[in-house]
Design a protein around this ligand. Sequence first.
Ligand SMILES: NC(=O)C1=CN([C@@H]2O[C@H](COP(=O)(O)OP(=O)(O)OC[C@H]3O[C@@H](n4cnc5c(N)ncnc54)[C@H](OP(=O)(O)O)[C@@H]3O)[C@@H](O)[C@H]2O)[C@@H](O)CC1
Ligand SMILES: Nc1ncnc2c1ncn2[C@@H]1O[C@H](COP(=O)(O)OP(=O)(O)O)[C@@H](O)[C@H]1O
Ligand SMILES: [K+]
Length: 466
Amino acid sequence: MRTAYSVETVRGAERELMARLPEGALMQRAAAGLAAACAGLLRRTRGGVYGARVVLLVGPGDNGGDALYAGARLARRGAGVTAVPMDPERIHPGALAALRAAGGHLAPSVPQQADLVLDGLLGIGGRGGLRPAAAALVERIPSGVPVVAVDLPSGVDADTGEVAGSAVTADVTVTFGAYKPGLLIDPGASRAGAVHLVDIGLELPSPEVEALQHADVAGLLPEPTASSDKYRRGVVGIVAGSAQYPGAAVLAVAGALRGGAGAVRYVGPAADAVLARYPETLIGPGRVQAWVVGPGLGAGRAGEVAELLAGDAAVLVDADGLRGLDETALRARTAPTLLTPHAGEAAALLGVSRESVEAGRLDAVRVLAQRYGASVLLKGSTTLVASGGEAVRVNPTGTPWLATAGSGDVLSGLGGSLLAGGLSGADAGAVGAYLHGLAARRVGGPLLAHQVAEALPAAWRDTRHP
Ligand SMILES: NC(=O)C1=CN([C@@H]2O[C@H](COP(=O)(O)OP(=O)(O)OC[C@H]3O[C@@H](n4cnc5c(N)ncnc54)[C@H](OP(=O)(O)O)[C@@H]3O)[C@@H](O)[C@H]2O)[C@@H](O)CC1
Ligand SMILES: Nc1ncnc2c1ncn2[C@@H]1O[C@H](COP(=O)(O)OP(=O)(O)O)[C@@H](O)[C@H]1O
Ligand SMILES: [K+]
């Protein structure tokens, strides 16, 4: 499991550790890790540190201090280091002295000839959009030069991944002590590049955000045992498709057949299309452990959704099923409930714009989970799963090629199948999104939704091989 912590939590752990260490020790640990990562990058890009032209963008706080101390270490190894301050009046004095003593110097503007740029403008102390002095330096970062962000790319909100205005786009982010949520959640995540964690010895409590890895997923997948039969493995029922959208039913069934349930039952007007493609499907109402309701349902079928939600089987609600959800009925449920909106559907549920959901994904998914008393999977460029007061799960797999009609239908069938196999709403959502994203990466792009379903068994097996 990869875990991420809010600024408040990191600061708390930092205070505790600082009280036990000599002054400045933590910053030295951070700078040493940062300098080592930069040296590794310079070895790869130009064969070594000696003679490299390194530019430091230096903010007024400790983030700038880290950059300056790392710059001093690189200067001692023969790099030519130039520091450009955001505000010459506010610059970490000890770190500046260290850089100067190592042979580095200050400059008023960003040199355009460089082998490496360090973004030490803002770290976890950054608030709101970059102020003009910071934005002006970011604009002057020469193109084509590798950028290493110190702790996080300046302009990215550490707690949420939100970006207000401009922000640094890094090739590598060297982060200290713990991952921050903003490094894992878009739009911040796509600004961070490859994230490298430097252990500075922080002792951390439970995380605010976490990302599953192969071993976590393998441990949650419902595998059959010698005593299994098809009913004990769980039956998943699919209520999807309409005369207008029969394909959604086929794709949801395609996902469900690969999610580990012992049987898939289909209820709805697209039975012929489903059977033609998947003769394994049971047709018509019957007992199930989990329902999937919504893909391609069309309008006017809220009654079917309400009926399933009134029952005691687990329910995954997607797409058209999400229209006009009854908050009270959902909160009264005792079996797992998983809602799987994309940003547009989440916006409709929250009564806000799609853009605001996309800009503030973490907040949106938390509010929805709380409001409906359900697990909520918010789809998109970083899929998030929230459930009660638990850590929000951020999905680390996937590809933008998934932005294609029908891929969400496959995910809903898969998630329902995992619910039928006994997973909780949060686990079914997180494991479903993980496998779905892994399968899509296997297919590559451009991909078709049904190919994602077909690649699911291979993705399932991949999780066993780290
Ligand atoms: N935590 C740890 O364990 C460790 C932390 N370490 C390091 O310390 C970093 C945190 O340092 P920090 O607290 O000094 O804050 P930092 O990010 O440098 O920024 C604050 C300054 O920026 C300014 N400013 C704010 N917003 C702005 C904006 N939008 N646009 C422009 N300016 C803005 C703000 O100005 P003010 O609001 O005060 O006017 C203030 O002067 C952390 O990320 C890591 O690198 C490691 O060394 C050791 C272990
Ligand atoms: N930019 C993106 N990057 C990665 N994944 C994406 C992106 N956009 C959409 N997806 C994924 O593609 C799927 C689309 O689902 P959805 O919007 O419900 O489509 P449909 O209703 O056509 O099936 C979801 O799994 C979502 O997370
Ligand atoms: K930074």
